[in-house]
Design a protein around this ligand. Structure first.
Ligand SMILES: [Zn+2]
Length: 465
């Protein structure tokens, strides 16, 4: 019989005990925190926890109240008890995130309840998997329900910690909570798209500057060929532009390519560094698999041949760097790299499409004549691919679905097209552009490549947090 050592440092008991010890440390270190935002630091983290929870139960795998994604729970029928699910063992959460989860659950003892998400990534995912809809949001940040409390707690950590890793971690948790866990976006946060180019740098356009609200709704719900929304006007008034950006950062380094990963804007610079913007006024150095590959494996000449980047998403478990002669892709959370050399394809960029029917994401490589090559969503399939398979895979898809050609004529998001237009006269080209990929209207000019990255959330107020 297999012996389970509850005290080994991979174990669930160790994880919780360690989190409680860290709560105690946080309480001691921050006794004199000035004007804490969270109730947690007003009371002290461990005091907050202990005054609500006296019993902790470790539940077996079979516990019905522990479905996928539930790490812990409290029940309104019991007083002062918390149940920890086995899913906690497998989660890669940091100690800080584990502490947050425990505080979040403890706060439920006071009766705070969640609502169904009506915006953000969780809302999007649950639209795909209707059966998985669950109460995973709070109405707003201000009323400090469990998500509000978690967020203000992490914000307090971000403001006070001297540990650079904790600082960065807390920031990421705050930002991700602010954008996904509240149905009323706090701090005047707007949803829109980043437009980046070699000439103009980075600009953020809220959706409301592209379309009237009626059309935004259509774009976001069921987008079909007949309903294709036409832009009302040329995008105007970026909420943010790079002058502001680069002033804040005090850097002017030239960027080879831009990408969005989660809520962060990544910049691959000509000096061989990779930075990211995380809604604060300092720049962070990236150290994910793709960034590391770019920084350590490539000559500056190879770095300069970078054309485009995409990061993993909910549906796609790997990310890729696209160069003029090849693409190199990295499986999420591993150091595995797969490289495809091009002898026929002349790459233009990646294109991520949310399929209007299934709402799932599909990823394409676009070549300079605007032919689209679909790439598999799973790294396990992709790592067997050569250039030839890209042609075959795309052909197979076409045969399986007769509608492919027709539907995918409208593959390019009108938001994407619109931001590429250079003058009002170009608006007349929209109809032609919509019949891509056969028309060759959009030509990427190396000196002014344009990236449309989105959706992206932005508010200048976040930088002041
Ligand atoms: Zn909760």
């Amino acid at each position: 019989m297999e012996q389970i050592d509850n005290c080994n440092d991979d174990g669930i008991v160790y994880k919780i005990v360690n989190a409680l010890f860290q709560m105690q440390n946080l309480e001691t270190e921050n006794k004199n925190m000035k004007n804490p935002l969270s109730l947690v630091f007003k009371e002290g983290p461990l005091t907050f926890f202990k005054s609500r929870i006296q019993n902790i139960y470790f539940e077996p795998e079979s516990q019905v109240y522990c479905p996928e994604r539930i790490l812990a729970y409290v029940s309104s029928n019991e007083k002062n008890s918390m149940h920890i699910c086995q899913t906690m063992t497998n989660s890669n959460d940091s100690v800080l995130k584990t502490i947050s989860t425990l505080l979040h659950e403890a706060h439920h003892i006071n009766g705070s309840k969640h609502v169904i998400c009506t915006q953000g990534i969780i809302f999007d995912r649950e639209t795909i998997e209707e059966s998985k809809k669950r109460f995973a949001c709070d109405d707003d940040y201000e009323s400090q329900g469990s998500y509000g409390l978690e967020t203000s707690f992490q914000l307090d950590i971000f403001k006070t910690t001297k540990d650079p890793i904790q600082h960065q971690l807390a920031r990421s948790n705050v930002i991700s909570n602010l954008f996904t866990r509240f149905n009323n976006l706090p701090l005047n946060v707007k949803q829109g798209q980043i437009v980046a180019s070699h000439k103009k740098g980075v600009q953020f356009y809220p959706y409301s500057n592209y379309f009237n609200s009626n059309l935004i709704q259509k774009t976001e719900s069921s987008l079909s060929k007949t309903q294709a929304p036409l832009p009302r006007q040329k995008p105007k008034n970026p909420l943010m532009d790079s002058n502001q950006f680069f002033n804040i950062w005090g850097t002017n380094s030239t960027i080879n390519a831009y990408a969005v990963n989660g809520h962060k804007l990544y910049m691959y610079s000509t000096t061989g560094n990779v930075y990211y913007y995380n809604h604060t006024n300092s720049l962070y150095y990236a150290n994910d698999g793709l960034s590391e590959y770019y920084k350590t494996n490539l000559s500056s000449k190879e770095q300069a041949s970078l054309v485009d980047v995409f990061y993993q998403t909910f549906d796609i478990d790997y990310g890729c760097l696209l160069f003029t002669n090849y693409m190199a892709c990295n499986e999420k959370d591993t150091t595995k790299i797969h490289r495809i050399n091009f002898s026929n394809i002349k790459p233009y960029g990646f294109y991520l499409l949310k399929d209007p029917e299934s709402r799932h994401e599909l990823i394409y490589l676009i070549d300079q004549s605007f032919k689209l090559y679909q790439i598999p969503n799973q790294f396990s399939a992709f790592e067997k691919f050569t250039e030839r398979d890209l042609f075959l895979f795309t052909e197979t898809e076409k045969n399986q679905e007769n509608e492919f050609e027709k539907d995918h004529n409208f593959i390019v998001d009108p938001l994407h097209i619109f931001s590429l237009l250079k003058s009002n006269q170009d608006v007349s080209l929209i109809k032609k552009v919509l019949s891509l990929p056969n028309d060759k209207i959009l030509q990427k000019i190396k000196s002014d490549s344009t990236w449309i990255l989105g959706p992206f959330y932005y508010s200048p107020k976040l930088e002041t947090l």
